[in-house]
Design a binder for this molecule. Structure first.
Ligand code: ADP
Length: 447
């Protein structure tokens, strides 16, 4: 599903950015082509003004003048005097330029009247009348030209000039510019698609990760719930089949303990879901943390003693002032850490519970630690043990260890704005260290 969404997002992202880029570059290309064409046409008009002026100054039009002018202006000139063609250059009638001249003349007569168009010059002087037209023209063979038609009238004499300037170079320039733009746009679209692919992948990765975690959580939760449920069901069927003389007490005790196990697991999962939904209730009120720690010590001392583990406590020399803390959550953290320490420390081991104040930080930190001399945790696993349903070694875990304790402790500590970490105990074992902000104030605050 994520792959499909990823491709769709890539397509959308690349599509939008590429369309914007293409529209912008088309606008730029259009503006640049228009200004190029306009400046070329303008310089053609200037050249024609000069040419006609020069023509009018010639007393006799020679073949040399015509050839030189044609060469200098890269054009062909056709002159008629009272309708009679004059001084045709060396071109024969099969020349495509000759055919284009005829077409341009027909086009001119069909399209224009003798009133000069805007931009065309009227170069009359004295008794001589001169009218000049410039216009773009495309021949039937598809060649583009700039054309100029001029009529110089003097008394009963009328001389007409048709000048054709092929604009192959301009067309070539525009063509090359278009190819360059197409190549640049193609490369840009490719790069944008590549960028969109990686960008959307990065964007989706946290969602994908959280979905994977959710799936793993549901799978692990179902797995953990299935075992006690299977035991309960088998006990129920055993009771049904049992004869009246058989003792049902054993089955009922198993059902009860498995039921408690399920209820314990479900309340753990509910607590975590509250943490995920940020509805984890935290009640901060003046609390004597050293007293709380002492209570935890007293509660777990018999359990440790039963297992042959020595449990000691180390408190600050001076009694700590009451601070803002949630006593219930504090006890929960201590219960998880002490329960684990007792579970993962073999007989004859030791556990040290300690509380201190770190005054070097602002705000001051309440530092709680549970150091055991137990089996220890390899470095590579130290971060992973705070994940949900993560157990270092499934086979050595007790039945009542679901791998949720440390993830709950992690959520509680973070909801109290603190942090939790694990280190190796010198000489072997693990030390869990919890740092909580120490606010020695009175009053009550509910988060
Ligand atoms: P569990 O309920 O399985 O103890 P936790 O989340 O509390 O789940 O702990 C996760 C895993 O971390 C445990 O399965 C265990 O492998 C390891 N662990 C926790 N505390 C200790 C400890 N004090 N010493 C060694 N390993 C520990």
């Amino acid at each position: 599903m994520f792959r499909k969404v990823h491709y769709l997002l890539t397509l959308l992202c690349a599509g939008i950015t590429a369309s914007i880029l293409l529209v912008m570059s088309f606008i730029y290309l259009y503006v640049s082509e228009t200004s190029l064409t306009q400046s070329q046409f303008l310089s053609f008009q200037h050249a024609m003004d000069n040419l006609i002026n020069n023509f009018r100054q010639q007393r006799v039009i020679t073949h040399e003048w015509l050839i030189q002018t044609e060469k200098g202006n890269a054009c062909s000139i056709r002159i008629t005097d009272n309708g009679i063609p004059l001084l045709f250059s060396q071109r024969n009638s099969g020349d495509p330029l000759r055919a284009a001249e005829e077409e341009a003349l027909d086009y001119f007569h069909a399209s224009f009247s003798f009133a000069p168009a805007p931009g065309d010059a009227e170069l009359s002087s004295g008794e001589e009348d001169c009218i000049l037209f410039t216009f773009p023209f495309t021949s039937s063979s598809g060649e583009n030209y700039y054309a100029c038609f001029a009529r110089i009238s003097k008394e009963d004499q009328s001389t007409e000039l048709l000048i054709l300037h092929p604009i192959k170079e301009l067309d070539e320039k525009i063509k090359i510019q278009r190819i360059h733009f197409a190549l640049i746009d193609l490369a840009a679209v490719f790069l944008l698609t590549l960028f969109s692919f990686f960008f959307t992948k990065k964007l989706l990765s946290p969602i994908e990760r959280s979905r994977k975690e959710q799936i793993q959580f549901v799978a692990a939760a179902s797995h953990e719930l299935r075992t006690p449920l299977a035991v309960i069901l088998s006990c129920v069927s055993a009771i049904k089949k049992a004869s009246p003389e058989e003792d049902e007490e054993g089955f009922l005790a198993t059902i009860s303990s498995e039921g408690q196990r399920m209820s314990h697991l479900i309340s753990d999962m509910l607590l975590l879901s509250q943490a995920d939904a940020h509805t984890f209730p935290v009640h901060l009120k003046p609390t004597e943390c050293d007293t709380l720690l002492l209570n935890s010590y007293e509660a777990f001392e018999p359990m440790a003693g039963e297992k042959g583990i020595s449990l000691t406590i180390s408190l600050p020399d001076h009694v700590l002032p009451p601070c803002l803390c949630d006593g219930e959550r504090f006890n929960q953290i201590m219960a998880i850490l002490l329960h684990n320490a007792i579970s993962y420390t073999p007989k004859g081991g030791s556990i040290c519970l300690s509380l201190s104040l770190n005054t070097a930080k602002k705000p001051e930190l309440l530092v709680l630690s549970v150091a055991d001399s137990g089996i220890g945790i390899p470095d590579g696993e130290k971060e992973k043990i705070f994940r949900r349903f993560y157990r270092l070694d499934q086979s050595r875990s007790e039945k009542n260890h679901f791998g949720l304790g440390l993830s709950i402790a992690f959520e509680i500590v973070h909801s109290l704005d603190g942090n939790i970490r694990v280190e190796d105990t010198p000489g072997g074992g693990s030390t869990f260290i919890v740092c909580l902000p120490f606010h020695p104030v009175s009053g009550e605050k509910v988060l």
